[in-house]
Design a protein around this ligand. Structure first.
Ligand code: EZ4
Ligand code: CO
Length: 402
């Protein structure tokens, strides 16, 4: 089999998505997600200008060789743009392989290690009462694990809480919006939130929380310690993670489990975190870390150190990535949990898919390949619109991590 054609689709059914479609001479085609939130066109251009010409004529079954060709062969390695482009090709080829062999991708990754993929939902609110009600709503919907994010008294807006009564979507059209941040106010409020939340809902549901890279290691250590009585499933992205050693300080002070990795691109971003057992969950996603070929190696390495997976699954990861994550999550032995932030109705219509949710778990479905399609004529109705993630400043105006 040979790759005969590949092209990039850019659409915005509620938010922007970049999708690679790869066709073969035997009539099979595959899809790969290449969306990099707020920097979409860089990956689209990388693919169209630099990658697509190099894959025409290659055998789509050679996922390992093509991965090495695009990674080592570029000379310039790693980085979010490069790794998202490689991921798009890699995932499209796994999709083709599954379709050609008439089997779901999970069978090519080792087969099912479990019956369903445990997922966690997002709950949020402008007050503790609203957060409690939203967590309870998700429990009624069947979720067994829920992430809780709250507005912080004294701050106008914060990560994870929608400004209006609508599903949370951080990217906004127009230029980047600006938020204000205070670690002091956040650290004061968050343990009180979880104390009331646990008291209201009991111990049976898993609770998670995303710090979203905003603290220093010693502040994160304090938060983790104060949250210990409320038994979080994890505390996510407690600090910006360029300095892997920073996690050592957190680890030395608290038994609250730590998860990180949604902005990582390769094993080298997590190598020290994993081999020193400074984290419990590695959150790298298929789309931002070089596809299934690389993520499988990350998971296998992590499994040696008791580190489990917890793939990023926000709405800026397209249904193609969601499907890939579910095939991956049902197959890898050291799976932990999968984030589930449901896509809009427009997005779901543009990307019809075989995966489903039932009673706290998601299922990849049994369609050959990934089980996701792209309705290209419907996608045309939603042209790309430039959008950015917000930026964040401290109360005195200093730029900080969003
Ligand atoms: O801010 O995907 O855990 N989920 C997250 C997300 C990220 C966005 C960034 O594009 O942290 O909401
Ligand atoms: Co996150």
């Amino acid at each position: 089999m040979k790759i005969t054609r590949a092209w990039v689709n850019i659409c915005s059914p509620g938010r922007n998505f970049v999708t690679l479609k790869v066709e073969t001479d035997e009539g099979f085609y595959g899809l790969g997600d290449a969306t990099l939130n707020g920097r979409e066109m860089a990956v689209a251009s990388y693919l169209t200008e630099h990658v697509v010409p190099c894959i025409i004529g290659r055998d789509p079954f050679q996922t390992e060789d093509i991965w090495q060709y695009l990674y080592r062969g570029a000379y310039w390695r790693r980085g979010p743009v490069t790794m998202a482009a490689i991921a798009a090709v890699d995932v499209a080829l796994w999709d083709i392989k599954g379709k050609a062999l008439q089997t779901p991708v999970y069978n090519l990754l080792g087969g099912k290690s479990r019956e369903g993929v445990l997922v966690y939902a997002h709950a949020h609110g402008n007050s503790t009462e609203e957060v409690i009600a939203d967590v309870q709503k998700h429990m009624e919907m069947g979720y067994l694990a829920v992430r809780a994010q709250s507005a912080i008294p004294g701050l106008d807006s914060t990560y994870g809480v929608p400004k209006k009564a609508q599903p949370y979507e951080p990217a906004e059209r127009g230029l980047p919006s600006e938020s204000r941040w205070s670690s002091e106010l956040y650290l004061r409020h968050t343990p009180r939130l979880f104390e009331k939340l646990r008291a209201a809902i009991g111990e049976d549901v898993h609770l998670l929380h995303d710090v979203h890279h905003r603290l220093t290691p010693i502040e994160a250590a304090r938060l983790g310690k104060e949250l210990e009585p409320f038994h979080l499933f994890w505390m996510e992205d407690p600090v910006p993670a360029e300095l892997q050693e920073g996690f050592k300080i957190i680890r030395e002070h608290t038994t609250t489990p730590v998860a990180t990795g949604e902005v990582f691109h390769s094993i080298w971003d997590a190598h020290d975190l994993i081999r020193n057992q400074w984290i419990d969950y590695i959150r790298m996603s298929v789309v931002h870390s070089g596809g299934l070929t690389h993520l499988k190696k990350v998971a296998d390495f992590a499994s040696l150190y008791h580190v489990r997976t917890g793939c990023h699954g926000a709405t800026d990861l397209s249904p193609v990535t969601m499907a890939a994550a579910l095939h991956f999550g049902i197959a890898v032995h050291n799976f932990g949990i999968q984030e589930h932030m449901p896509h809009s109705a427009e997005t779901n219509a543009v990307f019809p898919h075989a995966y489903s949710f039932k009673a706290g778990y998601m299922y990849p479905g049994d369609a050959p390949g990934l089980g996701v399609d792209l309705d290209e004529s419907l996608a045309k109705k939603y042209p790309y619109q430039r959008a950015y993630l917000p930026i964040n400043r401290r109360l005195d105006g200093t730029l900080t991590d969003w």
